[in-house]
Design a binder for this molecule. Structure first.
Ligand code: G6Q
Length: 543
């Protein structure tokens, strides 16, 4: 691995190449090479990636691949898959790939093969889900479960919410699913509004079982249930289950560890939707479809591990991200699914990408002198076209886009799908090629309006196409981005699997809570002190 990335020969070669092509327009690149739309593509695991509308020539990807090789990508991939402790700041293995490995595989951590444990938990989850879904599992007063409320935050929420929305089509519609994450009581109040406690199951999802938001919401849920059953704590066993690594805290809370579904410290929160944290997903779609999702993840894992890098979807997407972040100095990227079921996918990706690669020091603690993680954002198309796309088309910033689309709708009605797909294709075309002043004039536009109606184009995008959204397809898509994030981190030499940045605010909030609740001397900065006083004076109505 180069000690200093930006002075490595591979980086310098890229900088020189960038100087040559920075002003070259996609119009020229397409005109020069009529095969471009076929050459710059790759397919794997039922996903087709068209990356031809990127600002690259035939030299670019080989140079980026050289950079990845020099950064030790090959060894890092193997280190991850084989359970080495690549999360160095937490001294942990990073094994989300083991969560979807087939029975019979072997991944050894601290001398032990973890795969049998993974499958034992999956079996326990499946047995539980079958009981709940069939109505065999009864609440405390004998009613079957109709409502499932997942309480969790961050990695213990975003994956489950996203997956539930994405796979709603495959869900058991008699069961309703709600998600509580925010410590703002409104979240709990609205999520439980109208629910019958006798028919409600709470899933407390927390790797550590110490997260203040989740523990506060879980405590409130317990009171909500106990109020309905005249304080009979025996009801908890029928209405609460836990997803955690911390059995001690789970039983301290009052949940029988027989109702706990375990995972392990080598599963990072934002990489946990395919662990026990996915219990709500399995309840919704059933164990067989959950297995299909895991198989989709695994297929992409295998592709990532074995395919040549010039045909490797996660590697290609990661290298393009590095290209834009470090050479074009792009700051954000938009993820634009043309699939309504993926409406929470951009929010999910925000955590995956930004918590993983929002780091300013390398694995060995050196401050970097290059940009790392991009800002991810997005909304489903076509909605975004009628709001923020304006800035992508005609603003002053370069925003590479990932368009995601499927050939077949899960709800084929009339010609909706053709209209939807025409839009996604039209957007990437418009972004790449734009509209010149001559073209605008030729339409008879008044001269004063010409500049307003010119589209400069040369705005890059990837298009990811699949046949149809399914549990397996979702697994492939998530794994694709997980591995892309990892490849980026290897090049940037950062630890993609820790999240120290989340800590400071948590500690400070704990200190402030008692200061809000009782009058006591304040020793913060003058701004924080005065905000605390403002709140204290107003926290009670009429106070
Ligand atoms: C994810 C982060 C973070 C975490 C939440 C919830 O990678 O670590 O988002 O998932 O803070 O943590 P618990 O699951 O421990 O409650």
């Amino acid at each position: 691995m180069p000690a200093d990335l930006t002075s490595s020969p591979q980086w310098k070669a890229l900088a020189e190449h960038f100087a040559e092509i920075r002003n070259v327009h996609l119009r020229e690149l397409f005109a020069e090479d009529p095969q471009r739309g076929e050459t710059f593509t790759a397919s794997a695991a039922g996903l087709f990636l068209d990356y031809s509308k990127n600002r690259i020539t035939s030299k670019t990807m080989p140079l980026l691949i050289d950079l990845a090789r020099a950064a030790g990508l090959e060894e890092r991939i193997e280190a991850m898959f084989t359970g080495q402790k690549i999360n160095v700041t937490e001294d942990r293995a990073v094994l989300h790939t083991a969560l979807r490995a087939p029975q019979g595989a072997s991944v050894v951590v601290d001398g032990e093969n973890v795969i049998p444990d993974v499958h034992a938990v999956l079996d326990k989850m499946a047995a539980f889900c079958q009981q709940v879904r069939s109505g065999q599992w009864k609440g405390h007063r004998g009613k079957p479960i109709r409502n499932v409320v997942n309480i969790g935050i961050g990695g213990s929420d975003l994956g489950p919410v996203m997956a539930y929305e994405a796979l709603r089509h495959f869900s058991q519609r008699e069961l309703s699913f709600r998600f509580v994450s925010n410590v703002d009581a409104t979240d709990f109040a609205e999520a439980t509004e109208g629910l019958d406690p006798d028919e409600t199951l709470f899933i407390v999802a927390s790797k550590t079982f110490t997260t203040i938001e989740t523990m506060t919401n879980a405590g409130t849920a317990r009171q909500w249930l106990l109020r309905a059953v005249d304080g009979d704590t025996a009801a908890i066993a029928k209405h609460f289950v836990a997803l955690s690594t911390n059995a001690e805290k789970v039983s301290e809370f009052g949940i029988d560890t027989a109702n706990m579904f375990e995972f392990w410290d080598w599963v990072g929160g934002r990489y946990s939707m395919d662990s026990a944290i996915g219990l709500s997903t399995m309840l919704a779609i059933g164990p067989d479809r959950f297995r299909e999702m895991l198989d989709g993840f695994h297929e992409m894992d295998q592709h990532f591990r074995t395919a040549d890098w010039d045909q490797n979807l996660p590697v290609l997407m990661a290298l393009l991200t590095v290209w834009y972040a470090n050479f074009f100095e792009v700051e954000t990227t938009a993820v634009l699914p043309y699939e309504q079921y993926l409406k929470r996918f951009p929010a999910y990706l925000q955590q995956l990408t930004m918590e993983s690669n929002g780091k300013y020091v390398t694995v060995d603690g050196q401050e970097v002198d290059y940009a790392t993680g991009l800002i991810y954002w997005g909304e489903p198309g076509t909605n975004g076209q009628h709001s923020f796309y304006q800035l992508i088309h005609q603003g002053t910033r370069l925003i590479p886009c990932d368009f995601i689309a499927f050939a077949r709708s899960l709800n084929p009605i009339g010609d909706h799908q053709d209209i939807l797909i025409a839009n996604v294709l039209a957007q990437s075309e418009a972004l790449a090629f734009g509209k010149t002043a001559d073209e605008v004039r030729a339409e008879g536009t008044a001269e004063a309006l010409v500049p307003h109606r010119v589209f400069q184009g040369n705005r890059p995008s990837n298009t990811l196409f699949g046949e149809q959204l399914s549990p397996a397809m979702l697994g492939k898509l998530v794994a694709l981005y997980e591995h892309s994030v990892f490849v980026q981190s290897v090049i940037w030499q950062i630890d993609a699997f820790d999240q120290w940045g989340v800590e400071l605010g948590k500690v400070l909030a704990k200190n402030i809570i008692p200061e809000l609740q009782a009058d006591q001397p304040l020793q913060h900065d003058s701004s924080t002190n005065s905000l605390i006083r403002y709140y204290r004076q107003r926290r009670q109505a009429g106070g």
